[in-house]
Design a binder for this molecule. Structure first.
Ligand code: ZN
Length: 62
């Protein structure tokens, strides 16, 4: 699956990984929150970038 993303290191194409991960952190209201993450891998140099699906979730205050 082509993502249209380009590697920040070498500029080659990146592909999206099939497996999902999770990220757990503290929100502003003191509760912990979790969001899913996806990974992208560069087909040129092997650089892997992991991104949250919903990065704004942990910023929610109420
Ligand atoms: Zn690369």
């Amino acid at each position: 699956m082509r993502t249209g993303r380009h590697c920040p290191r070498c500029g080659d194409d990146m592909v999206q990984g099939l497996t999902e991960g999770t990220f757990t952190g503290w929100r502003n209201d003191g509760l912990s929150g979790m969001t899913r993450t996806v990974k992208f891998m560069c087909t040129g140099c092997g650089y892997i970038e992991e991104r949250a699906v919903n990065s704004k979730y942990l910023r929610r205050t109420r």
